[in-house]
Design a protein around this ligand. Structure first.
Ligand SMILES: [Zn+2]
Length: 374
């Protein structure tokens, strides 16, 4: 098996970096007209800056307002719009679903894509895949592309204005990266690009985990004060770049499979990807019978930043056997990353581990007097 490492062609991060968006694109040879696919917050915050930045770089552009879900219908809508406008580059600006939609449309049209996340809520921005949902928000499929985004530009002044819960969700997604990467590497599982994992990818995944533990709490408090401090800069890099490179070039395992299982029940739809992944990570650590001190390190971090550690914290206070069964079945469906675990995983084992994680989380919360996440 060949070793494959993949990443965006360029990653640019910093306070007010949107001012340099046009210039960064021009430097890379990306020419207009550009279609900016944007959520409503991005439009409100950045419209003036886009005008200045694109004018300075001599790039024509149009803004398309995102419809709210990364669904097949929305992707088709963006694709049609881009074709009508003779678009030569697609820029996604907003949360994960906006970026996933922009990337899917760009791939369908064979166009370069630029991702400008306005939140650090997941590791999607750097990746060459989209998560497609149904129109009512259930996980449908991963779509994997031949190339990563041409440019990922992160404006930490914008991130600093985002809701704290979204940064925390990003930490949940990033928290699982190293554990899933290690499982894949130890099991010699192919990464998302069909190759073996490199030492670089595993090292970046570990760095991601270390930055979370070191800077997570301080970064969250910086964001609450709306100031892009050095701790927030490092944390944003961990959530966005390191987690992205780590998962894509090393692989996913049980944590994300449990996430996908959780999306199969409507009770969890109000919770973010990273919140469900964080719970999925607890399930993974239990399935893998990891040593108690390690589980406690993860629990302690999750509780400190307000990531869910109980079923109640992801909308499942009243869990019926039927609901649990559906989650466990979906988590272990054929083709799921659950099967990257080094042992056969049956739905029954997942169901038991989901309940065990809840018991552990409730005990931890009670012992440490931590208020429920949310
Ligand atoms: Zn994820």
């Amino acid at each position: 098996m060949l070793t494959v490492f993949c990443s965006p062609s360029r990653y640019t991060q910093g306070c007010n970096s949107t001012l340099s968006l046009g210039r960064e694109m021009a430097t890379m040879g990306l020419a207009g007209p550009a279609l900016i696919v944007a959520g409503k917050t991005a439009i409100a915050l950045l419209s003036d800056t886009w005008r200045r930045s694109f004018e300075d770089a001599g790039l024509a552009y149009q803004v398309y307002r995102f419809g709210g879900e990364c669904s097949l219908a929305e992707i088709e809508c963006v694709t049609r719009h881009a074709r009508d406008q003779r678009t030569r580059v697609i820029v996604g600006a907003g949360g994960g679903k906006v970026l996933d939609t922009a990337r899917a449309a760009a791939a369908d049209l064979g166009l370069p894509v630029v991702n400008c996340p306005t939140v650090a809520s997941s590791d999607a921005p750097c990746s060459a895949l989209s998560v497609i949902y149904t129109d009512d928000g259930a996980f449908l499929q991963y779509r994997i592309y031949g190339r990563n985004p041409d440019l990922v530009l992160v404006d930490t002044q914008v991130i600093a204005q985002s809701p704290p819960r979204l940064l925390v969700a990003g930490m949940g997604d990033a928290l699982a990266t190293w554990f899933e990467a290690k499982t894949c590497v130890e099991g010699n599982v192919k990464n998302m690009r069909g190759g073996a994992s490199s030492q670089s990818a595993l090292a970046l995944a570990e760095l991601c985990y270390r930055i979370l533990l070191r800077d997570g709490v301080a970064a969250l408090s910086a964001l609450r004060n709306r100031v892009p401090t050095p701790a927030l800069e490092r944390l944003v890099e961990a959530n966005t770049l390191l987690s992205g490179l780590g998962f894509e070039s090393s692989g996913l395992a049980a944590a994300h499979a449990v996430h996908n299982g959780l999306t199969a029940v409507p009770e969890t739809h109000a919770y973010f990807h990273g919140e469900k992944v964080a719970y999925g990570l607890l399930v993974q650590l239990i399935l893998e019978k990891k040593p108690q001190p390690l589980v406690e390190e993860v629990l302690d971090f999750a509780a400190k930043v307000g990531l869910p550690t109980t079923l109640a914290a992801i909308g499942l206070a009243e869990m019926t056997g039927e609901t649990l069964g559906r989650i466990a079945e979906r988590s272990t469906a054929e083709g799921e990353t659950m099967h990257h675990e080094p042992f056969a995983v049956e739905p029954r084992m997942v169901a038991e581990a989901i309940l065990a994680a809840d018991a552990l989380g409730r005990e931890w919360t009670r012992k440490h007097g931590i208020p429920a996440a949310g």
